[in-house]
Design a protein around this ligand. Sequence first.
Ligand code: GLY
Length: 383
Amino acid sequence: MSEPTLIPVTGSAPYDVLVGHDLIGWLPGLVGSRVERVALLYAAELAEQAQPVLDVLLAHYDVLGLGLPDGEDAKTAGVAADCWEALGEKGFTRSDAVVTFGGGATTDLGGFVAATWLRGVRVVHVPTTVLAMVDAAVGGKTGINTGAGKNLVGSFYEPAAVLCDLDLLDTLPRAELVAGLGEVVKCGFIADPEILTLVEQNDPETIVPGSAVLTELIERAIRVKARVVAADLKESGTASALGPGHPGREVLNYGHTLGHAIEKHSGYAIRHGEAVAVGCVYAAELARAAGLLGDEIVARHRTAFGRVGLPTDIGSTSVAGTGFDELIGTIRVDKKARGSQLRFLVLRGLAEPMILAGPDETQLRSAYEAVSATHAEGEGAER
Ligand code: GLY
């Protein structure tokens, strides 16, 4: 067991994100000594990796292990109900706890079960992917999907702690790691340009589990998220701590407006981080079309995302050829469902986010043209 880096998430229910290697031994200290029973909700496909976690917990608690379906299949009302039944049978009380072990879908579902059982029991997340470490496990968003859409049922429920044991990334498929870097690079553009420098100055082949550069990228992205959610947990848009005019938590949705439409058109076959990468390039092109952003920062989007191995145009994804009307139509339907006008999170400079509300059709179309085919600008095109 080694010493972790502690990243505090301040606010009304403050907690720490622990980042480092060989950290599983820290888990009982995070779950706490007043807890009697622990439900370990883990992605069933990760049963082997979950065993050491189970062993550590068994030495301290009465443990209920609950294997969950893979990926988004875990995020259903049926799976949540099965978990509630299991907690009931085991006699879980307000002073017991949930530990999640898995990717973002596991932390979303597990966080939701913890938030709703007896109106809230303690939860500690142990994310196993880059994406879950830098995004899903931090900030308290929990939820499930319904027939009407993804993440429409849920709550803000902050964990007692997040344990990011980087050793868990050793077995993560490279494509998953790269997809997670999509959210990391996004954090570089919205808040911490040093992330971009690290990506630009390090050989992408060296950004691997166990490397100092991957550790620094993950820690920096977590710090970005921690600062944002501490300032605006519930995405209310009021975040004076982040500076005047800052859009608050919505900043984390950079690249997600088009990104979600791309994911939807691919039948969710495209990884989230891949869709976000294209979505960020689109947002940069839109800002350029609106006269807000210069050529150099737009080109830097293609360089940074492309360098880590992510797509930077629709033409190199499985939804190549999807028309402007289809993609923008999907965005409009989503927005209509939320009763708001078309709005995009854009940049007017590095780490200078703003909301572009109601962009005109010409700007939307020009940005689409710029990302609809393989683009020759920047290193990203060399992938
Ligand atoms: N994943 C975006 C957020 O946590 O707000």
